[in-house]
Design a protein around this ligand. Sequence first.
Ligand SMILES: [Zn+2]
Length: 242
Amino acid sequence: MYSRLPPEDRRELEGHIHVFLAEKKFEGCDGQEVTDEVRVLIAAQACLLLLHRKTDCYPRLRSILVYPSSYIARTWHLERDGRTITEGEQTRGGESWPHGTVVLAWDGAIAGAVELNKNRNLVLHEFAHQLDQEDGIADGTPLLGGSNLSQTRHRYQMWAGVLSDEFQQLRRAAEDGRETVLDTYGAQNPAEFFAVATECFFEKPGRLKERHPALYAELQEFYRQDPLLYAPACPGKNENST
Ligand SMILES: [Zn+2]
């Protein structure tokens, strides 16, 4: 993707990467070595989401924990009685926390960068969660902003209308077992929907625009970029059909 970005976008991206690498701490887990390749590949994908915007470069984020591959995370579940907490384990490929940490599996980060158009990009997914969590709430609505109060209100209204409609469509598709351009993983809740939609926006822009033009337009306005401009020459042919 980097090789197809316009020169001015590459320069802007490189600037964000420098800030990211200077400000964020990388930690290897389970024997994962933190090389320059690890740091730059993760930073570059994360910073792609920041192009063309006024940004403090993930202001809540302090550390990126990198595992070699999927890892076991401890989970705690509050039972229906409201008092009992059950402890368990879950295999995960990545996590994003609002209090300053992103966790990534290195093999997943590489796969997302190498396999364009597969609709899966771990780093974009987890950093979309970071953008969503900048206001402290993971609810699928990042800070939208606007040049004045009425424009800001309009942005939030548009976003809420389009995203909730698209989320409900995906939930129905998941219930019916229908395949859709969006990964049905996003049917879990609005936060996962936004992260999955972000992956699709950058990985399969042609299909997303064709099948979900209103969602594409909202994401294009939020991300202030049109990935179709730097998609492979024939986006329709190079993207999977679902
Ligand atoms: Zn997620």
